[in-house]
Ligand binder design. Sequence first.
Ligand SMILES: [Zn+2]
Length: 256
Amino acid sequence: MSAAARAYTVEGFNKKFLDIQRASPGCAGYLVDIGFTHWTRAHFQGERFNIMDSNIAESWNSVLKEAREYPLISMCEYIRTTIMSWFALRRAKAMEHKGALTPMVQRQVEVNFEASTALAVCGISETEFQVKAQTGECFLVNLLAGTCSCNAYEQLRIPCRHAVAAAGRANIPTESLVAAAYFADTWHSAYEAKIYPIPSVGGKEVGGEYHGDLLPPAVKRPPGRPRKVRILSRGEDKVLISIFKPHYTFSHNHIV
Ligand SMILES: [Zn+2]
């Protein structure tokens, strides 16, 4: 399923999806109902660069598991402190890095460069190239448009092995084919902003003096204990998967 979700082309996706259908028609039906645009790279309409993640809201839920039971102000303070320290850690990591590209993308480009040496490149025009693999598979690279018929280049915006091979032939530095989003400068600027403590937390009050009666909000507390279990979001069902746990929360977005 991960391979189907990550396929770059619709043809590649179809092949993997047939495997899912053969292995489990029920699972295939479930995946069709979700809609391919929601969980496959090949059908996704927007730009997702190299990001394929599971549900970000679920990740937050797990971070806030303990804090969910705190009073509101303490919970907000917990969230603020968590983000403050995350930013500081990531900023330090970004500042430590010396290369032009982010470390993971740099590695990816190097891997693609290694693989590109086995490819046969033929020029079509100044910016278009035919790139042939040893398997006989043939790809069309357009360096000006930033595309390759394998689709990986335009989807990731990181030159695939074919584009790297074509760039070598055209005498263009590989880095110039990488999207600005993957440059270390962009990485640094993402964590430039700092998050500071809120002065009122810790005793000192913010703002001017308040004249008037402070009343609690006019809400009625419903009968019974306050619920602790999170309300499931749309598309989430509790299903019974005996191989895992007796009660397993299965989310549409838990894919990759
Ligand atoms: Zn390619």
